[in-house]
Design a binder for this molecule. Structure first.
Ligand SMILES: [Zn+2]
Length: 328
């Protein structure tokens, strides 16, 4: 006879307990760093400060009382990076790697104070920002952490090169990213990956930005990429001989991993984590931003949900990718 107390022999059979709700997070204390602006080449000082619950992430220019919220609606340029703000007000360039680090560190609320118009590039990845946030520490706040759940597919296609980005409903947060560059140094790379914050930290955060030697020369002639160097970007040699960086790559497929990093940072400009599956093919900042505009333009395509420990369940796309890999 089954025991009425849920005890089977000596084994206690517990009912599945309700997953613990997640709280918003901010930094435990302020922390600063200095670095170089990728495009201006100027030295920039940055301070990350704690902020109140439901404040979100807000960029401030030091010495000015105007601020710009880290929100996709405030992105005004996506050609070389994601840039927040409008002239003559403060502008903040290259926010995507910092935003990706906030995502990976589960930070909902922070003040980013800069004395220039660009986030410092550091090593071209999100890892130095995650290190900075880890050094400051993070704390839970008395407010529920919310996410944006995708309820129906949103697809963005732009340009002639087959670029396409799709957001689909699905458990957790995961992405499939395909890139295809004519240079054999990159070639075709495809990655299907879980993007819960811990997976992001481990598999994506260290992937550096990349560029082509000939493009770097053209950007410099136009007064851009002045701060770019082999210390903050992987540069592909114009003569097809491989990389200019003597240290080589951090991952065999570092290029597609960096594209995923940009995607995560740009999508975090939604104002909260996204729950759903992303497919991206040959896309960049422009598509990431357009996808958020398309998602929020359709009220039936998304909803707010309170996050729990179970929100980052493995996405079904990962199982499908595993089966495909095994040739099933
Ligand atoms: Zn990037």
């Amino acid at each position: 006879m089954a025991s009425p107390f849920g005890v089977l022999g000596n084994v206690f059979v517990s009912r599945p307990s309700k997953p613990r709700p997640l709280a918003q997070r901010t930094l435990k204390s302020a922390i600063s760093c200095t670095g170089t602006g990728l495009h201006s080449g100027r030295k920039v000082a940055m301070t990350l400060r704690p902020a109140a619950p439901n404040h979100g992430i807000v960029f401030h220019r030091r010495g000015s009382d105007t601020a710009v919220k880290a929100d996709f609606r405030n992105v005004t340029d996506t050609r070389l990076c994601s840039l927040l703000g409008t002239a003559p007000g403060p502008r903040f360039g290259t926010v995507e790697h910092l935003m990706a680090a906030f995502y990976g560190a589960r930070i909902d609320n922070a003040i980013v104070e800069l004395d220039g118009d660009e986030v410092p590039v550091m090593d071209g990845s999100a890892a130095p920002f995650m290190f900075l946030i880890d050094c400051a520490g993070t704390i839970e706040q008395a407010a529920a952490r919310r996410a944006i759940e995708v309820l129906k597919p949103i697809r963005v296609t732009e340009g002639q090169d087959g670029a396409a980005l799709e957001l689909r409903p699905g458990a957790g947060f995961a992405a499939t990213f395909d890139i295809d560059f004519p240079t054999p140094t990159i070639g075709r790379q495809s990655l299907t990956i879980d993007l819960n914050p811990d997976a992001f930290r481990q598999d994506i955060a260290r992937a550096r930005t990349f560029g082509f030697e000939q493009e770097v020369a053209a950007l410099r002639a136009a007064g851009l990429a002045r701060g770019g160097s082999l210390d903050n970007a992987v540069v592909i040699a114009a003569d097809g001989s491989g990389l200019l960086n003597p240290e080589g790559l951090r991952f065999d497929d570092e290029f597609v991993r960096h594209k995923v990093l940009d995607l995560v940072g740009d999508l975090y400009l939604a104002g909260a984590p996204i729950l759903g599956a992303v497919s991206a093919r040959r896309t960049g900042h422009r598509h990431n931003n357009a996808a958020l505009h398309a998602l929020f333009a359709d009220k039936a395509a998304w909803r707010w949900v309170d996050m729990t420990e179970a929100s980052y369940a493995p996405s079904p796309v990962l199982a499908t990718a595993k089966r495909a890999e095994a040739g099933e």
